[in-house]
Design a protein around this ligand. Structure first.
Ligand code: G3I
Length: 451
């Protein structure tokens, strides 16, 4: 993979002195801060015995974190109005304690979302109808959940401090292999509600079913953004998706959705490019294929819409067994990815999806593939890989002319603010979320009457 773009040598004195003063390379973190870009990592805290080494790698190298799983709906709330904050709070506390930014991942998603993705509350038998909640109930759950979380985390220290730098408000609403649902009467490219009701990774989303999305122009998407905005008008709100980094059917659909949301004054500020990529052959068809020129082109058109761009979940897997040639190829791929972000003024966050190879989701999801991250090792050993040194070298040698160094702890300035009422894609007024979540439990009998 070719390196992209051509880089100019422009290391600062501070960085050079820091590198000389230590046998270690200058930490990614310092270099990233000099560029005004966040370099973050998805975090899953290991058992207590491994915490010190893990924390040290995270805090030494990264300016931000995102919870790999602990902020997902199902990790926080098992049933309507029932919240378990322990692991979730731990993430936010860690970010605050170490002066790290935090990407919040994620609110509206078709996976890992307990009752709202399952279509039923825990302890209740799986109904035959996967779209169990009514439209009104689904929106109530959405308002309450987003409200509960944002009111808890939007500021800290009595309202003085913002820790969350971005919120993934809607995750993966675009259809997988888009085009398969492209019929005349359907907004093409978004996940639909019917088809394979069990295997939700097949291109479906219960959110579409609950909200009768096909007939309501998928307004659960714009409503989620409006609700999040009403809970914190200073929050940077993101739409996050995969396989939509280059130019193609799915990225066209994501672009169309973003354009439509913007044209409707919906407060979406950031497009998250997940970037689960591979080098060499893949066992997954087109999933993870990427092309630097196309990505640059796609970034340009999204930036022209007024969106910031975040690389949110980068990992670059390879076929086992690992060898030094593949690791070099991977290094170049990581360099290319970071070069793309640095070359686009509106790309301000670059997050990798996990710390160490052995802990990556890739190992179980793609048997026969692995080594996707920046560190290898076991136990308390975290060994930087060639890809890690590749990122260091890109940061050291890329001219930094476009960015102000990131201000770690201030309310991010928004590039977009709703003026006037927020409306959905059909132009209807979207009502504000309550200041505090007001969950009103519904009895099962009421719910069945509502159908
Ligand atoms: O927590 C349970 C544990 O109690 C149980 O013993 C264990 C047995 O399998 O499973 C644990 O849950 C797993 C969870 O990760 C936490 O480790 C789930 O099975 C497993 O499916 C889940 O995988 C996560 C996956 O999202 C779910 O879709 C991965 O860690 C996580 O990396 C991955 O992240 C997603 C992003 O959120 C969205 N973009 C794609 C990305 C990769 O799929």
């Amino acid at each position: 993979m070719q390196s992209f773009p051509v880089r100019a040598r422009a290391a600062s004195c501070v960085m050079a002195m820091a590198a000389l003063a230590s046998a270690q390379p200058t930490p990614l973190k310092l270099l990233a801060q000099a560029h005004g870009i966040d370099i973050g990592v998805a975090v899953t805290f290991p058992a207590a015995s491994g915490r010190a080494a893990y924390d040290s790698v995270v805090t030494r190298n990264f300016t931000g974190i995102v919870a790999e799983n602990d902020h997902k709906w199902g990790s926080i709330s098992s049933n309507p109005g029932v919240y378990t904050w322990t692991n979730s709070d731990r993430m936010v506390d860690f970010a605050q304690q170490h002066n790290l930014k935090l990407r919040f991942h994620a609110f509206v998603w078709h996976q890992q979302s307990s009752y709202i993705a399952n279509g039923h509350q825990s302890g209740v038998a799986q109904p035959t109808d996967p779209n169990k909640y009514t439209r009104a109930e689904a929106f109530t759950h959405m308002r309450n959940h987003i409200g509960a979380v944002m009111q808890r985390y939007k500021t800290r220290n009595g309202g003085q401090m913002h820790v969350i730098s971005e919120w993934d408000v809607v995750n993966e609403a675009a259809a997988r292999d888009s085009g398969m649902f492209d019929t005349a009467n359907v907004y093409k490219g978004l996940r639909l509600s019917t088809g394979n009701a069990v295997h939700l990774d097949s291109g479906l989303s219960r959110w579409t079913g609950y909200t009768q999305g096909e007939t309501n122009d998928f307004d659960y998407i714009d409503s989620a953004f409006a609700i999040a905005h009403r809970n914190d008008t200073a929050a940077r709100l993101a739409y996050n998706d995969y396989d939509a980094e280059g130019m193609g059917k799915k990225s066209n659909d994501v672009y169309s959705l973003m354009a439509k949301l913007k044209s409707r004054n919906i407060p979406v500020h950031v497009l998250g490019m997940q970037s689960h990529w591979y080098i060499g052959p893949s066992n997954t068809g087109s999933s993870g294929a990427w092309d630097p020129q196309q990505i640059a082109e796609n970034m340009n058109r999204l930036a022209a819409l007024g969106l910031d761009i975040s690389i949110t979940e980068l990992d670059i897997r390879m076929q086992n067994p690992v060898d030094s040639a593949k690791l070099q190829q991977q290094r170049q791929a990581y360099e290319t990815a970071l070069g793309l972000c640095l070359a686009q003024p509106r790309c301000k966050s670059f997050y990798v999806w996990g710390v160490r190879d052995g802990q990556s989701w890739i190992n179980s999801r793609y048997p026969g593939y692995g080594s996707p991250l920046l560190f290898s090792g076991t136990g308390t050993t975290y060994t930087p890989k060639p890809a890690y040194y590749g990122l260091i070298s890109v940061l050291e040698t890329t001219a930094s002319v476009r960015r102000q160094p990131g201000a770690a702890r201030q309310a991010p300035s928004l590039n977009y603010r709703a003026t006037g009422p927020v409306r959905d894609l059909l132009g209807r007024r979207v009502h504000a979320a309550p200041d505090r979540p007001l969950f009103k439990a519904q009895k099962p009998a009421e719910r069945s009457q509502a159908k």
